[in-house]
Design a protein around this ligand. Sequence first.
Ligand code: M6R
Length: 595
Amino acid sequence: MCGIVGYIGNNEKKDFILNGLRELEYRGYDSAGIATLSNGELITYKAVGKLINLEQKCKDFTSTGFGVAIGHTRWATHGKPTEANAHPHIAEFSNVIHNGIIENYKELKERLEKKGHYFLSQTDTEVIVHLFEDYLNDGLDCFEAFKRTIGELRGAYAILLITKKEPDKIFYAKNASPLIIGRGEGGIYLASSDAPLMGYAQEVSYLEDGALGYIDLHNFSSLPNIKQLPQNKGYAQKEGFRYFMEKEIYEQSGVLLETMMGRVSEGKISFENLSADFFDGIGEITICACGTSYHAGMVGKYLLERYAKIKTNVVIASEYRYSSPVLREDELFIAISQSGETLDTLEAIKFVKPFGNKTLAICNVDNSSIVRECDEVLLTRAGIEKGVASTKAFATQVMVLWMLSTYIGSIRGNLSQKEVQKNIEDMVASAKRTEISAKMHEKIKRLSKRYLHGHGFFFIGRDVFYPLALESALKLKEISYLHAEGYPSGEMKHGPIALADSELFTVALMPEHLLYEKIKSNVEELSARDATICAVSALEFEGADDMLYIPSCSSYMEEFFSMMCALQLFALEIAIRLGNDVDMPRNLAKSVTVE
Ligand code: M6R
């Protein structure tokens, strides 16, 4: 959440800062701001809403000559998305930007107010700049004042601060929020992720937690762990699609094949960087993740228990570390994350590491914090996912988990060669099933107009179709703002069925190849109570008000991937009809780096 960028050099400061913020806008789009300091002048612009508003506001502004600059795109945590609450936050002669949460800001604010500091915002961040200037007023030099300030903060942060007292430096601190410093021909560049740095910086240092210091034009070489930065950004463009989300749904067949490439061949599964002995002695698995990645983890549980025959727990990251979990010595900890920066998941890994358990990341972003924290990684190869509502990342996470469970099943002798071969054939066929046909998309577009009202949606399914039901409900609520819930279909009769009436839409996931008769009975129970039923299936179901047909498949996993696409498009088309910004839905952000 929140994206931060910084620059030191002679170039037009606005250019890198605004370009960088554009790259980071997925992290938050409640407001944005920029501050430049050159020729002794500290100038700040802020605007509420998307970055375009800030770009408009400072379109005539230029800053020539040597100077420093910082920029921020905000996902609101403390205080509404107003201009006053937008970063940078300003004291007398300094500006600060921050990603994260300062947990003890209230007590610091009270103390500073008593000393005469006047606050303009409701944010936690503003205390940082006042505390810094307070220490300066006590006679400390800038670095000492910054160190003391950071020493008083509790919580998660990536902080950049500039001050007229030292106009050639950016002061930085990092704890549990990502921060990267790069050097290129044009000067020094800072950002929350490496995407904004590409094309500007040639070498980078990924800062570790606890990093605290200042950067100027001369001291980059003293940073730890400097690496060359790949320059192939792989710009994501909409390429004729209405939204990135739509494009990403269409990309799924390609990225699923990409995810399998080099890992699945000649009746065998292997992973480039993982040897079989990594799994020696593993007696239990815990999968930890949030949101859509958690749903992929739930699918993983069914697959790992079915094929690898290893008991698997799935936990929500934000619940995990505060719940006094009991870890077995032989337990493998798998963290799943698209972004690799989700703080809840990252902190769960950090909680587990001191116990000495093996850790494995299933992640879409190489070099991300989660990848760096885990012992081993399986990259999901979905490519850049821009839509806040995750689609292709989910598809590739499920595929990696399916490959992993088949792989473990084969090395442990729980699956015969024939069974491994069958799974591989099903994997290839499943990737094919995610090719979107114009006919199906058109049908969903038409169907969507009947589902814009009502008092809610139930998505129901069994086995792996239960997490798919949860995921489909999440997709719908994220972008349409309609109420939707996912349920195991057999659970409806234990309570939720009380809500059934004609204004309750039930989307029933009815795979031909897995427990069809069981789910059919559950849907009939709802149909008998006049719920409006949309059946997603290859088989006609007489009790349905609407049929969303998927093609006839030869395995339940093919049906899984086919239904996944149909239901992603269903959510997309409903949201478009409701006039919502599908790629940047209200209140959300792509990368969630606060607890
Ligand atoms: O980057 P991660 O996979 O760790 O993110 C986890 C969730 O925040 C994410 O899946 C979220 O639920 C998405 N908006 C789902 O569409």
